[in-house]
Design a protein around this ligand. Structure first.
Ligand SMILES: C[S@@+](CC[C@H](N)C(=O)[O-])C[C@H]1O[C@@H](n2cnc3c(N)ncnc32)[C@H](O)[C@@H]1O
Length: 294
């Protein structure tokens, strides 16, 4: 399958569903190019030689995937995260925006759960290319991933449900992040984030679990308060789960270091920097707009 054809088909499909975004889509389509990312040509060629060249799209972080008889055992058991999220979301007939979607894994699960259309946005071009590879192998579906950041999306509520999973703790201004999500949502916003189970949110001086860009690991209470400040109602925490080295680990499809190397080898409840080890929470809030039909 030709990568350019997949990109153009995706572009058309998103433009049909969200016509107001056509100029924006036009602008970001240029990011599928060697000018934007030096590895683009290698990835595009790999998509032309699937499934043999799937490994050329390494590292595969989110999944797992079953492509015919090929099992892509990704770094994350994202299916476990989905099991924690899915019971709390009614997506029937929804248009969904998944911010920080990675390779679009959750989009496929959301279509299975009744969503009508899922748009993932993620600035990491490799993950967008992995999504194209999955589409080439699984067949066309109303699940798309474009190389964009939340902060550059055209404003206005155009999605019933907006999700942000694994992004909040990377943001310097969490309320700004949440406010942007709320502005794009008609009905509900779901947040999945690292949390600390202590009195105060953690603001790591240096790294957190080897990650450089973690300005804050919030408490559930702070996350809920920020969601309310951002304009959400009825905010509820629906799940808290410690991340294990069974859920996040190195595999042949993700050969870099993973959670085990980020934990204190003598105490798995601490990160290598001495912080509390990763625990994640799922919170859901409702959007209330004056005059919104039920
Ligand atoms: C930890 S991953 C989470 C992926 C997936 N949502 C999950 O929960 O498994 C965070 C993702 O957010 C993306 N990201 C980072 N900054 C972003 C931004 N400003 N807007 C949208 N996505 C962003 C990254 O490229 C990365 O793929």
């Amino acid at each position: 399958m030709n990568a350019r054809t997949l990109i153009e088909t995706q572009q058309l499909a998103i433009g049909t569903e969200v016509p107001e975004w056509r100029p924006f889509l036009e602008q970001i389509s240029a990011r599928f190019s060697a000018e934007h990312h030096g590895d683009y040509t290698v990835w595009a060629e790999a998509i032309g030689q699937l499934p043999e060249q799937l490994i050329a799209l390494h590292p595969w972080r989110k999944g797992p995937w079953q492509f015919g008889d090929i099992h892509v055992d990704t770094e994350w058991r994202s299916d476990w995260k989905w099991q924690r999220v899915a019971p709390h979301l009614d997506l029937t007939g929804h248009r969904v925006l998944d911010v920080g979607s990675g390779n679009g894994y959750f989009g496929w699960r959301m279509l299975e759960a009744g969503a009508r259309f899922v748009l993932g946005v993620d600035p990491t071009l490799l993950f967008c290319m992995q999504h194209l590879a999955a589409t080439a192998l699984l067949g066309p579906a109303p699940n798309h991933v474009i190389p964009a950041r939340l902060e550059e999306l055209p404003t206005g509520p155009r999605f019933d449900t907006v999700l942000s999973m694994g992004v909040l703790y990377h943001r310097k201004d969490p309320v700004d992040h949440l406010s942007r999500l709320v502005r794009l949502a008609e009905k509900q916003v779901l947040i999945e984030t690292l949390i600390v189970e202590s009195e105060h949110s953690l603001r790591p001086e240096g790294r957190y679990a080897r990650m450089r860009n973690v300005p804050v690991v919030p408490t559930v209470a702070d996350t809920a308060r920020w969601m309310t400040e951002a304009g959400l109602k009825d905010v509820q925490c629906v799940d808290i789960t410690r991340t294990t080295t069974d859920e996040q680990r190195g595999t042949e499809w993700m050969r870099f270091e993973s959670l085990r190397e980020a934990l204190d080898p003598t105490d798995e409840h601490r990160t290598i920097e001495g912080h509390p080890a990763p625990v994640r929470a799922v919170l859901l809030g409702q959007v209330e707009r004056p005059g919104r039909r039920g």
